[in-house]
Design a protein. Sequence first.
Length: 65
Amino acid sequence: MVYLNYSNLDAETQQRLFSISKEDVKSKFGNELKTYAKEHHLNYDVLLDEEATRNLYNYQYVFNI
């Protein structure tokens, strides 16, 4: 098995995983993030992108070769 982190993956894979992570964060915390963004006068899309990026580094990537 090969263990990698997010920054070791190619750009296409990173983009695909980012999209998945963004949907995951949106489904789990979307309403809370919207409320937080509104209360603190932040851009929701930027906040969502930042949280999706943080979420990516919580994943473990294991490849069987």
